[in-house]
Each structure stands twice: as structure tokens, then as C-alpha cells.
Ligand binder design. Structure first.
Ligand code: NAD
Length: 438
């Protein structure tokens, strides 16, 4: 099997296929990434992944190359896992890498194969990819396209890949279904639900799932806003809503909002695609979800200003977190980094601490100061912003922290700190959508 594109999705998928017993070749045009993967190490932080890579690169069952021709010759199932970022020109997805990878693969094919799209794409893309494969494959070589979207979460990617909640097999031939059932035989035998559907539904399933999760987060952030204005407590509200089995508690944490390399761009791409298809209401709904999310970030900045007497100039601000979520070093569209930059631009002297993501953060936001320890970030701070809920921040002793800062004032942008504990230790704590405690 081959996996084309070895980023967060592809590297994990390749390592997990090897764990399931398949011979796998991973392809990426990034030489440095390929070299690192061939050493058995992940080019990003992901729990459990280094272990799998080291084990299976070691046995020779898993290898990586920059040559797609190698993959085209040695595999008969190819997974497309390249990136589909937001287009530089608007809200739609940039599908350049998907088409380039499909064309590149097709040109080098020497035998019939199944190509399986795993990248997240706007509905209707698979149809166009199938046409490209047909157009560029050598005469006599047959390609069958399937779409098998991936639902893994960064930080839990290995576990999610090996133990998915469900499998979506977008196919239009029984052969393609059979091949995919073979790939996922282990999970299927354990009773993981399998949804066999057409290609368009499979494509839409992924973006619809992300749009729904995004909507849930923005919904609770909208409720945080009304809680602020009415004196209600959004965490108590979320607990009440969450006990309704039709709603569920997950993704109801009010705070600084969602980010990362998927939710924001998938939401925007679906909104843009809905507009193209004439589904104006869908597009309008999703635009609002996006706006509420961005507003959640500026709300933290407004609160910071308020807690610093209306002026952040020369105020020392400790920012706890740069990754878009804990257990990850991914800073793509990170709310934490966005807020840190906004506070910096208002004149604050910002010190950012993140246990894993400082290197990545420095490359996209070099104007910020990154420090090597929580203690260093806190020392002398006039204000603390808790923006990524790393376990070490949640386990911080508020008494210890109070002894380091200049003023014990903290904004909990994740609603995860123990309000009573921090208040008892002498802090003024402002959690999103909850009355201020001091
Ligand atoms: P990424 O940017 O980390 O990785 C993409 C990789 O593709 C890069 O290493 C890049 O060098 C490589 N690439 C690009 N064009 C190529 C080509 N023509 N040939 C070979 N390699 C090429 O992105 P990612 O986060 O892994 O996301 C990939 C896809 O998976 C996206 O569509 C994303 O929406 C989807 N997805 C991501 C996640 C996640 O949590 N990151 C989860 C589910 C789905």
C-alpha cells in the first residue's frame, strides 16, 4: 500500500497500516520530513506515533520516499493524504495538492489499482479526481477511486486510527468496497460501524461532522456571551445541557474557541461550497459560526484590556499555551497564538510558554517571546492568560503561581481551572461566560 502525503494524517495512517500488518510506502515531496520518518521519528508531536514508526521502519515493513514512481510501482492501493488548506484567495479549499498528487501518481502507474482519497475535500471533488486519474493513467491501466474520510483527532491520532468510532467507505464499485473492507478488517471484526455510501456522501460526511462540532462550540460561546450579560454561569449551563442525552456534554466548553488545521478551514470550505451550490442558508449559518468563533478570541483581548485598566502598553502578560489544543505541537490557526499576537500588538510585553509547540509557534509568530518554563512565563506578570489546557497548567499550584506574578490576575480562556482553588490562593480569576471571582 502507499500513502501519499505524510503530514499529521498520512504519517499516522501509514504507521497504523504497518501496525495492522501491511507493507507500506509513504510518499512526500518534503525531503526533510521523509528523512526524519525514515529514521523512525515523527516530524511533529503525536503521542504513540514515534513508537509505531520506529518499530515498523525497523522491521522494513514501513518506508518513506520522495519518489511517487516508487509507490506507483510497488503498491496497488494508494491513499491520498495531502493537505487541503484554505485557499489564499478566499474561504474555499485549495485543492492544488490533491489534483497534483493524483496526476503524479497516475502518470507513473504500471498496473491497475485502487486510489483512496482520505484528505478532507469539498463535495464533488472525488468526481474530478477520478477524471484526472483516468486522463493521466497510461493506456490499459485501470484506476478505481474511493473516498474514505478520516476523523482522527490530533493528540489522539494513533488511537483514533486504530480504534475509529465509525468507518465511512465512499465507493461506487463492489471491488473498491471489498478492498477497503480488507484494509479495515480488524476494526470491522471488532464491530466498528461501517457506512458504505456513495463518494459525494462520504466527502460531505467529513466536512459536515466538522461543521457540526464547530457549531456546537460556537453555540456555547454564544451562550457564554448571554451569560456574561445576564449574570448566568455558562459552565453550569453546559453541564445542564450536557446531561440531556440528545445533546451531550462534549464540545460544550465555552472559551477562546476552536482552531487548528481542520475545523476553521473545513467550516469555511463548506460554507464556500454551499454558496457555489446555491445553498445560501447553509453558507450563512456557517459564516455566523465562524464569526462567533473569531469573536471569542477578541473577547479575551477585551477582557485583558479591561483587567489592565484599558491599556496593555508595557504590561507584562504571561500566555500559557501556543498549540491549538493540548498534546499537540500544531499551531495552525491557533486561538492561543492569535490572542497572544493581538495582545502583543496592543503594546503588552508577552511571554509565551508551551510545553511542545514553541518551535512551531516561533516560526509563524517570531515577534513573540517564548520562554522555556511556566515559571519563567509567570515571573513578574501583570496578567496571565490560560489559552491551551495542557495538563501541567491544570495541575499548577495557584499558591506557587501567585508567589511568582506581579499581580495575581488570570483569564481562563478554556474554562478548565478550579475557580475555588485559584480564588482561595488570592487570584482574581475571569473565566469565559462566568461571573468574575476574586
Ligand atoms: P499536513 O500539511 O500536515 O500534511 C500534508 C502533507 O502532504 C505535507 O507533508 C506535504 O508535504 C504533502 N504533500 C503535498 N502535496 C504533495 C504531493 N503532491 N505529493 C506528495 N506529498 C505532498 O496536513 P494534514 O493535517 O496531514 O492534513 C491532510 C489532509 O487530511 C487534509 O485534507 C486535512 O483536512 C485532513 N485531515 C487532517 C486531520 C488532522 O487532524 N490533521 C484529521 C482528519 C483529516
Amino acid at each position: 500500500m502507499s500513502v501519499i502525503g505524510t503530514g499529521y494524517l498520512g504519517a499516522t495512517h501509514a504507521a497504523c497500516l504497518a501496525e495492522l500488518g501491511f507493507e507500506v510506502v509513504g510518499v512526500d515531496h518534503d525531503h526533510r520530513k521523509v528523512a526524519r520518518l525514515n529514521e523512525g521519528a515523527a516530524p511533529f508531536a503525536e503521542p504513540g506515533l514515534d513508537d509505531l514508526l520506529a518499530r515498523h521502519v525497523g522491521t522494513g515493513r514501513l518506508r518513506f520516499t520522495t519518489e511517487v514512481a516508487d509507490a506507483a510501482m510497488s503498491a496497488d492501493v494508494h491513499f491520498l493524504c495531502v493537505g487541503t488548506p484554505q485557499s489564499a484567495l478566499g474561504r474555499s479549499a485549495d485543492l492544488g495538492a490533491v489534483f497534483a498528487a493524483a496526476r503524479d501518481l497516475a502518470r507513473h502507474l504500471t498496473r491497475d489499482c485502487v486510489v483512496v482519497g482520505k484528505s478532507t475535500v469539498p463535495v464533488g471533488t472525488a468526481e474530478r479526481v477520478a477524471r484526472e486519474l483516468e486522463r493521466f493513467a497510461p493506456p490499459g491501466v485501470e484506476t478505481v477511486l474511493a473516498w474514505n474520510p478520516e476523523f482522527l483527532r490530533e493528540g489522539h491520532a494513533v488511537l483514533d486510527t486504530l480504534h475509529p468510532d465509525r468507518l465511512v467507505l465512499g465507493v461506487d464499485t463492489p471491488d473498491a468496497e471489498l478492498v477497503l473492507r480488507g484494509v479495515y478488517a480488524d476494526a470491522i471484526a471488532r464491530g466498528v460501524p461501517v457506512h458504505v455510501t456513495d463518494l459525494a456522501t462520504a466527502e460531505l460526511a467529513k466536512v459536515a461532522a466538522n461543521a457540526f462540532l464547530a457549531t456546537k462550540i460556537s453555540f456555547i460561546n454564544a451562550m457564554a456571551d448571554i451569560s456574561d450579560r445576564s449574570g448566568a454561569d455558562v459552565v453550569a449551563l453546559a453541564d445542564i445541557l450536557g446531561d440531556d442525552s440528545r445533546i451531550g456534554r462534549r464540545f460544550l466548553d465555552a472559551g477562546v474557541g476552536f482552531g487548528g488545521g481542520c475545523l476553521p478551514k473545513d467550516l469555511r470550505a463548506l460554507s464556500a461550497r454551499a454558496e457555489e451550490l446555491g445553498a445560501a442558508q447553509v453558507s450563512g449559518l456557517l459564516r455566523e459560526v465562524d464569526e462567533i468563533n473569531l469573536r471569542a478570541r477578541s473577547k479575551v483581548v477585551d477582557l485583558a484590556l479591561e483587567l489592565c485598566g484599558g491599556d496593555l502598553g508595557a504590561r507584562r502578560v504571561a500566555v500559557l499555551g501556543a498549540a491549538f489544543k493540548p498534546l499537540s505541537d500544531d499551531v495552525r490557526d491557533s486561538p492561543a497564538l492569535d490572542v497572544a499576537l493581538q495582545v502583543h500588538r496592543r503594546g503588552a510585553e508577552v511571554r509565551v510558554f508551551d510545553p511542545e509547540a514553541a518551535l512551531n509557534a516561533r516560526s509563524v509568530a517570531p515577534e513573540l517571546t517564548y520562554v522555556a518554563s511556566l515559571e519563567h512565563a509567570l515571573r513578574g506578570a501583570d496578567l496571565v492568560l490560560h489559552l491551551t489546557e495542557w495538563p501541567e497548567f491544570l495541575e499548577t499550584d495557584p499558591r506557587w503561581a501567585a508567589g511568582l506574578v506581579a499581580r495575581p490576575v488570570i483569564i481562563d480562556g478554556r474554562n478548565k481551572l478550579d475557580l475555588d482553588g485559584w480564588t482561595r490562593a488570592g487570584w482574581t480569576i475571569q473565566a469565559i461566560g462566568r461571573p468574575r471571582r476574586r
